[in-house]
Design a protein around this ligand. Structure first.
Ligand code: 13P
Ligand code: SF4
Length: 403
């Protein structure tokens, strides 16, 4: 977690020019259907228990007990309480990737999170272990904003501009295995919201330019807020426009080439939300996730990954007030865990991550009961060639200081 720079009254050019990117062209899978263009891809079959079954939690517990040490359950901080209750460990995407890699004895890793996280867990675990995502519709709209063919096209544009050999790709964990593999093959690394600054510094040690995928906000917030680059060192590459919508001169002049992707959940927070909460709660501390827009981060007091936000609340003085700009399941949980502090959601409107919320108690119970019955359902398997190069990129990240 870092304190943000003082509010910038001289609004940066990219802030004034901000236009919401077009939504993902991909369909949101709602149940059993298939979308091979997306980073999640395949069917979610099966008959689920009813959510109104009063014995559901007991069924989930009985299945977990029956599996014993054969199963290890990972839960991302954005998961529902009803699921987090069963997690052997909770964490942000970085911590969960490391936890998955550290459990060679578990036959089954049940990943309560989203598809790209389960793919990373599959890449970091052995062939003898199965990684299970209880609902395959739990994708990530941000990850879907960068398709591998678009990224290959973008690289050809950098080649045509004469800068590909001076550019390293850095991809946020929130990307498909194919994009992580592309990154690994081209000398780059994965990053998460908790190590983005370290990853970028590592990249700029050897490269003139970074192609940052797929979240432009994390890229810009890290480059400007942590590395001290100017907003004018950053350009936005729009994969829907020829040449990314940039001239070769613009590409050559840029240090950070930001992919035009964003998180639809964190994109909802606005500078007005910050003004509003400060007017309502004098002295409130505003803390936001780095997936928020730059102008929101500039108005906040602190910026931090999900783990960073949790640690900030743990260290906070009793009686202090906190407005948190991240997913609502986590904010609600923090409010419950810190009754001695005032914890509020930064937006006035309810804002869950709809895909994280796909993992619910019926899907979780169904996945565990299927394992007890000997059926491995919803296994996430990355093909060996993709897994090899994606692992190269993930291992580079894990080898960075603090990794
Ligand atoms: P963390 O890296 O902080 O876990 O965030 C993942 C994510 O999906 C945030 O939207
Ligand atoms: Fe993706 Fe945003 Fe949901 Fe995180 S909160 S999983 S980035 S859509």
């Amino acid at each position: 977690m870092t304190r943000t720079s003082p509010p910038n009254t001289d609004q940066s050019a990219e802030s004034n020019d901000w236009v919401d990117p077009a939504p993902s062209p991909l369909l949101l899978l709602l149940g059993s259907s298939s979308d091979t263009e997306s980073e999640r891809g395949v069917d979610c079959p099966g008959t689920l228990p009813s959510p109104s079954d009063p014995g559901l939690a007991a069924r989930a517990q009985a299945a977990k007990d029956a599996l014993g040490d054969r199963v290890f359950v990972l839960g991302h901080h954005y998961q529902r309480d009803e699921v987090v209750e069963f997690a052997d460990v909770t964490g942000d995407s970085f911590k969960l990737a490391r936890e998955a890699a550290a459990r060679p004895e578990a036959e089954f890793i049940v990943f309560c999170g989203v598809h790209f996280m389960a793919e990373s867990a599959d890449i970091l675990t052995s062939d003898e272990q199965a990684v299970i995502l209880p609902d395959l519709a739990a994708g990530c709209s941000m990850a879907d904003m960068a398709a591998i063919d678009q990224v290959r096209d973008a690289w050809r544009t950098l080649e045509a501009a004469g800068i590909a050999d001076q550019t390293l790709p850095v991809t946020y964990m929130n990307s498909s295995a194919a994009i992580k593999a592309f990154t690994g093959e081209h000398g780059g690394t994965v990053c998460t919201s908790s190590n983005a600054a370290t990853s970028l510094r590592w990249a700029f040690d050897t490269a003139e330019h970074v192609l940052f995928l797929p979240d432009q906000h994390l890229g810009r917030n890290t480059a400007v807020g942590d590395l001290g680059l100017s907003p004018h060192d950053c350009v936005v590459f729009d994969p829907r426009k020829p040449g990314g919508g940039l001239t070769h001169d613009e590409l050559r002049a840029a240090k950070m080439i930001l992919w035009r992707g964003h998180c639809s959940v964190h994109g909802r927070f606005t500078p007005e939300c910050v003004d509003d909460v400060r007017a309502r709660i004098p002295g409130v501390n505003v803390i936001v996730h780095p997936e928020c827009k730059r102008e929101v981060v500039e108005k906040a007091d602190f910026v931090g990954s999900t783990e960073g936000i949790i640690k900030a609340l743990e260290a906070a003085e009793p009686g202090s007030a906190w407005a948190i700009g991240t997913e609502l399941n986590l904010v609600k949980r923090l409010a419950g865990q810190h009754p001695d502090k005032r914890v509020v959601f930064l937006d006035k409107t309810v804002c869950y991550c709809s895909t994280m919320n796909r993992i619910d108690l019926p899907h979780f119970t169904w996945a565990l009961e299927s394992l007890v019955a000997g059926n491995v359902v919803n296994q996430i398997e990355v093909d060996p060639q993709t897994a090899y190069w994606a692992r190269v990129a993930l291992d580079r990240m894990l080898a960075l200081p603090g990794g």
